[in-house]
Design a binder for this molecule. Sequence first.
Ligand code: HEC
Ligand SMILES: [Cu+2]
Length: 340
Amino acid sequence: MKQRELLALFALGLILLGLPLAVLGYQYWLRPALSPNRIIDIAARVPEQAGFAPDAIRVAVGETVTLRFASMDVTHGVAIGPGLGVDLGPIDPGQVKEITLSFDHPGIYTYYCTTWCSPDHWRMRGTIQVSDPANPDVVPAAQPDRVIEALIAEGIDIDAAHTPPAEHADISILAFQPSAQRGELVIAGGLDVPAELRDPVWRQSHTPAQALELLTGQNPATSERDRLDAIAYLWTQDTADEALATGKRFYNQNCAACHGQSGGGDGPAAATTAEEPVAFSDPGYMFERRSDVLYAKIRRGGMGTGMPNFGTLFTPEETWALVRYLWTLTFGTPPRTHTG
Ligand code: HEC
Ligand SMILES: [Cu+2]
């Protein structure tokens, strides 16, 4: 009897141990041995415990690699940018997710966590250096950003701390929530819109407050509400649905934890930052903002404020999509009544 029990226990032990061993053996020995391409295993832990390991990998142009992400502690999420559109979604503890890809050009890409896993979550990033096999030692240079260069040439200090909204804004603006929806009707009703305000390039480098001044000069008899609504419309109208959807997806994944889902500056992680996250839903604050400066801040981050830099995660186009989405948090979604 005793012996049979022991035997049964032994058999059970073999099964309990053997199954995971077989899985591991397949994953880390058989599968790599059979795989036609290189498999790179990347362990994901909260940044306080080293984040991604490894946090830098090198790939040659044209090489096909499989990146295999395993979560070792809590639920993480993995996306790779800029501009690759790779999003593996959440990865639960013990789970493994992989992507097989290759790169056509030398460059630097970033894999990053998309789930708020810890207070240092946004530091959870790793780089993929794609180099030319002919010149493997040449580190691909970052492209200069023309928008940021133009701001610097203009003498704007992107790294300057922003002025708190209360000291800044026009009280009349704060008392009222401008609406893009109503603004369209105001403009359709015959408001005289100065040419600059119709120009997307001008709007990009000017604040709604500056636009309001021009609009008021041209339409002194119109009510201030109508003028504010018109600005709200102008600042959101040329956002294509597609860009808006991209901006929203990126925002909810990467920004809402601090800035709040609807832009109130009140996300669950807002309390962890050195400075208070900006409230994009506050028109009084946003009336004093320029789109190109918002763009630059997103790409470069705010030194010491707790605002991360996102320039290595998003393309310039993706960053603009984010800026456009921010304006809809202020002014609402533009009406979509036109077809062609
Ligand atoms: C870890 C928290 C955190 C996350 C995540 C975060 N931000 Fe911020 N953000 C801040 C803080 C704090 C500030 C305030 C910095 C300051 O005082 O100028 C800020 C400032 C900004 C500003 C500058 C506003 C201005 O007027 O100067 C922009 C634009 C911005 N964030 C956009 C974003 C976007 C877009 C994302 C996501 C892609 C994002 N933020 C993610 C914390 C965060
Ligand atoms: Cu994370």
